[in-house]
Structures are given as structure tokens and as C-alpha cells.
Design a protein around this ligand. Structure first.
Ligand code: NAG
Ligand code: NAG
Ligand code: NAG
Ligand code: NAG
Length: 481
């Protein structure tokens, strides 16, 4: 008793610490939100799919004993049951605050055709029947969670079903048999079906849906350099108006994934729900992307004379620099130059002012290409520019476009005396506009894919820029394949 009383405070402390530490660094980079309006659409589409799928369901045989006055006991059997038609009319899918989702189907009916057999002593009869099950109501609570691998989990936390009425039509003209069905079998059939519905739903969720979710990939390749991590950082959050799914949203190098040295910001999402789905994409996603591409050398560049347009009156040769940097041509006559550029650090997007912008700092090093294929470093330049970025969101991806700004250049170090920086500014500007920007814009035009959107078409998209994140909202339409 004493030991467990002493253990309790430390246990509580342990739980508290674990939950605090567990939540540190667990901010999502990406939040996918589905609103009530989106869930309504999913319910309508889901029921249409279910209605067509139900025809493929095989129903179990159904049998039992009966007892009739003056005639005694007998045995009946229904077999070859086949769903002939079904009408699922009312369906609702709504968030279940704190738990997940609530699914309700009401006002529905199913018509089943099949064969019957009755045995009573040596008497054997058979024929066909047609049952109409009317006023079916089903309510299911789905508990949504996430497991340690970041995959979603789903379980049925409660289920109930009710059937108003069962109507049987039998072939043949045996009134005692009809009465038998009406009096004894219809109600039993109704009760069996009522319990069967929830059993089937539990089974569907536990043995189809949940195992399927365990195989859903939590990372997707973007291209041959980078992948994106879509794992959940916590269980989906349901409130009265929407279901929010918190996703890691980290872009990583396919070659060597290394831990990210900063946290995703806390996103304060506005209570928007006029569109069916929203995606909040934090600057974390763009930062991790920039790190990966920069580290892979995607933003490094090298300019040699063969890349300078023939019409240019300045060449990347020591002779061409003669009038501006006399010492260069004197020390290294008749040699070619190479300019190598790299970002000082991975450029980040600023979300601040309603527009997106970036201020990349580029370092350019100039080399003389000596005859023995040795590169002799001779100067270093610093370049700064303000780039504005436009993002669009009108397919299943976010795509972007950079609008270059003016370049500022300064000499950082020279081993060949002072020279005219403006001369190189024009050349570098030309190179960036015609080579580096188009290369980055091609990459941005490929875009990066959002989860959930593979078979979905977007309409009425909206895009808002908030502090630290973009909010994309859209209505959706299933593409049936
Ligand atoms: C890119 O350039 C920088 C600076 O010159 C260099 O340190 C880095 O190794 C280069 N990255 C790749 C992948 O070539
Ligand atoms: C955003 O960019 C547009 C177009 O380039 C410009 O007209 C507008 O002034 C910019 N707004 C801010 C807040 O910088
Ligand atoms: C970029 O914009 C900032 C703030 O508007 C300004 O201070 C800086 O000089 C600009 N840099 C360039 C290279 O235009
Ligand atoms: C997406 O938007 C851009 C810019 O508004 C436009 O140029 C492009 O054609 C659009 N793409 C589609 C598939 O609608």
C-alpha cells in the first residue's frame, strides 16, 4: 500500500512529462481538414458506391425450425439469397467530437430474392421468395486514432441497427405456408438481419478497413531527390464542424534522411468551413524542401565561357577582363574563367506580408582554369536578391513560380586587385534569368502532391496567406475510374 501510494505521484509525473515531451516537436507541417460540407459529399458518394457494391454481397443461408398448431414441428431453409435491389436514401456522415466520425443510414430498403425449402416429416416443399426489408436504420460511431508508425486507425466504438418491417412474397399458393412466414419467420428474419448488420459492419472495419490502413504508405516520392512524409503526428481531431488530420509534412532526402533541426510552427487555423476540404501548409514544408534541394546541390551552378551567349561583348576569359582587371590578364594571359555559385544557406520563403518572398544570398567564386586543369581561385562575390513567389493550387498539386528581383552584388575578396563588379552583374543576371530561375521554376511547376487528392478534381479553390502557413480551400469532385 505504502509503496503504491509513493509510486503514484511519480507515475503521474511520468505521464505528465511523457505527454509534454511527446507533444514537443510534434506540430504538424500540414493539416488536412474536411468540413461538414465535405463529409456530406463523401457520404453521398460513399452511399452511391455502397449501393452498387451491395449487389456483389453474398448473403448467408438462413434456417430454423417452426411449429404449427395441429401439424407439429418442421424445418425451413432459405438459400441462394441474392440482393436484388437496394435503396439507401438518407445518409449522414458528421464529425463526432473527441472521437471521430458518426455515420447514419436511414429510410433505406433492400429487396432480396431467394429459394426456400420446407421439410415436415416426409413432406418436402420448395419454391422461391421475394423479401422486402423496409425502414432500415443504421448508426455507427467510428473511433479514429493514429498508431506509432503514423498510420491512421479506425474502430467501431458503437453500432446499432433497426428494421421497421419485413414483407415476404412467396411463390405458390399455400396459405398455411404464407401464414407460417408471416407469423414466425418474418420477425425472426428481421431480428437476425438487425444483428447481422452491425456484425458485418464491425467485421468490415476490423478485417478490411483497418488492415488496409496499416498498409497505406506514409511517405511518397516527389522526384528522384526528395520524398514527403505524410505520417500522422496525432490522432485526427473531430469538432462539431470539421475533422482535422495532423500530418508531419516533412520533405526529406531520399538518399540520406537526416533529422530536421527546427520545429514546425504552431498554426492557428481560422474557423473556415465554406469549402469541403482545406490544407494548411506551413513554412516548415517549404523549409525542409529547400534544405533538401540545396544540400543536393540543386541550387549550385557553374558558368563557363561556352555558356555565355555568342552575342555577349564580355567573355569569361582573362583577356576579356583586361581593361577592368589589368592584373588578371597579366598574371594569367589567354585563359578561361569559371564562376561557381552556391547559396550561402538554403533560401526560405517568407510568408509575412500577404505576399510570398525569398531573399536568397548567393556566393560566387571566380576561378582561372589553368592549363593543367587546376582551378585557381581569384575572387569571391556576394549576391543578394529579393525574389517574389506566386503559388497556384488548381490541380491536385501546389505549384509555384518565382519572379526574380534585382540583384545587388559586392566584391568580397580579390586576389587580383579591384575590378568592376557591374561588369559581372550583367553577366550573372543574364545567367540567372535564363538558366537558374527557369530550372527552379520547372521544378516548382512539377509541384508537390497533396494527400487524398489522387482521384479527386478540385473546384472553387481559394488560397490565403497567413503568418507561417498557406491555407488552401477547395470543393472536390470524385473522378470515377
Ligand atoms: C555546392 O556548392 C558549395 C559551395 O561551393 C559546396 O560546398 C557544396 O559541396 C556544393 N554541393 C554539391 C552537392 O555539389
Ligand atoms: C504583393 O505583390 C503584388 C504584385 O506583385 C503587389 O502589387 C503588392 O503590392 C504586394 N503586396 C505586398 C503587401 O507586398
Ligand atoms: C530586399 O528587400 C529588403 C526589404 O524590403 C531591402 O532592405 C533590401 O535592400 C532588398 N534587397 C535587394 C537585393 O533588393
Ligand atoms: C492553374 O493556374 C495557372 C495560373 O492561374 C494557369 O496558368 C494554369 O493554366 C492553371 N492550370 C489548370 C490545370 O487549370
Amino acid at each position: 500500500m505504502g509503496a503504491s501510494a509513493g509510486a503514484l505521484p511519480s507515475l503521474l509525473l511520468g505521464i505528465l512529462l511523457t505527454s509534454i515531451l511527446g507533444s514537443l516537436g510534434a506540430n504538424p507541417g500540414l493539416v488536412a481538414r474536411i468540413t461538414n460540407k465535405g463529409l456530406e459529399y463523401v457520404a453521398r458518394e460513399g452511399v452511391a458506391t455502397l449501393q452498387s457494391k451491395l449487389h456483389e454481397v453474398t448473403l448467408p443461408d438462413f434456417n430454423g425450425d417452426f411449429k404449427i398448431k395441429y401439424m407439429g414441428r418442421g424445418h425451413y431453409e432459405f438459400h441462394s439469397l441474392d440482393i436484388h435491389s437496394c435503396e439507401l436514401l438518407g445518409s449522414t456522415l458528421t464529425p463526432l467530437p473527441g472521437q471521430g466520425l458518426y455515420l447514419a443510414i436511414s429510410d433505406s430498403s433492400i429487396r432480396v430474392k431467394g429459394k426456400w425449402k420446407v421439410r415436415k416429416g416426409i413432406l418436402k416443399l420448395d419454391g422461391s421468395f421475394d423479401v422486402k426489408v423496409k425502414g432500415i436504420t443504421i448508426s455507427v460511431n467510428l473511433l479514429l486514432g493514429s498508431e506509432s508508425s503514423g498510420r491512421p486507425t479506425v474502430a467501431v466504438s458503437s453500432c446499432s441497427s433497426h428494421i421497421d418491417d419485413v414483407e415476404t412474397h412467396m411463390s405458390g399458393d399455400l396459405s398455411w405456408l404464407l401464414n407460417l412466414f408471416h407469423n414466425q419467420i418474418e420477425s425472426r428474419f428481421r431480428r437476425t438481419l438487425e444483428s447481422k448488420i452491425c456484425e458485418e459492419i464491425q467485421d468490415l472495419v476490423a478485417s478490411d478497413l483497418q488492415p488496409y490502413l496499416q498498409t497505406v504508405p506514409v511517405t511518397t516520392e516527389i522526384d528522384n531527390l526528395a520524398g514527403i512524409d505524410y505520417s500522422l503526428v496525432e490522432a485526427p481531431r473531430a469538432t462539431a464542424q470539421m475533422l482535422d488530420v495532423m500530418i508531419k509534412g516533412e520533405i526529406f532526402s531520399l538518399d540520406h534522411r537526416s533529422p530536421v533541426g527546427f520545429l514546425a510552427p504552431v498554426m492557428r487555423l481560422p474557423e473556415e468551413h465554406s469549402r469541403m476540404v482545406y490544407f494548411a501548409v506551413s513554412d516548415y514544408v517549404f523549409k525542409t524542401a529547400s534544405l533538401v534541394y540545396n544540400e543536393a546541390g540543386f541550387l549550385n551552378f557553374s558558368i563557363t565561357d561556352d555558356l555565355v551567349p555568342p552575342t555577349s561583348n564580355i567573355r569569361l576569359t582573362t583577356n576579356s577582363f583586361r581593361t577592368f582587371v589589368p592584373r588578371l590578364a597579366r598574371l594569367y594571359p589567354n585563359m578561361n574563367l569559371e564562376l561557381r555559385g552556391a547559396m550561402v544557406s538554403a533560401p526560405f520563403l517568407n510568408f509575412g506580408s500577404g505576399n510570398l518572398s525569398s531573399t536568397p544570398q548567393i556566393e560566387v567564386e571566380g576561378f582561372v582554369l589553368l592549363p593543367n586543369s587546376v582551378r585557381e581561385p581569384v575572387f569571391r562575390l556576394g549576391m543578394a536578391t529579393n525574389v517574389s513567389a506566386a503559388l497556384t493550387f488548381n490541380t491536385s498539386k501546389i505549384t509555384g513560380f518565382l519572379k526574380p528581383g534585382k540583384i545587388q552584388m559586392e566584391l568580397k575578396e580579390s586576389k587580383v586587385g579591384i575590378f568592376n563588379v557591374e561588369l559581372l552583374e550583367a553577366l550573372l543576371n543574364y545567367y540567372l534569368l535564363n538558366n537558374l530561375y527557369p530550372k527552379v521554376n520547372d521544378k516548382l511547376a512539377e509541384g508537390f502532391p497533396l494527400p487524398l487528392l489522387n482521384y479527386i478534381q478540385l473546384h472553387d479553390p481559394v488560397l490565403q496567406i497567413h503568418k507561417d502557413f498557406l491555407l488552401l480551400g477547395t470543393n472536390i469532385r470524385y473522378l470515377r475510374v
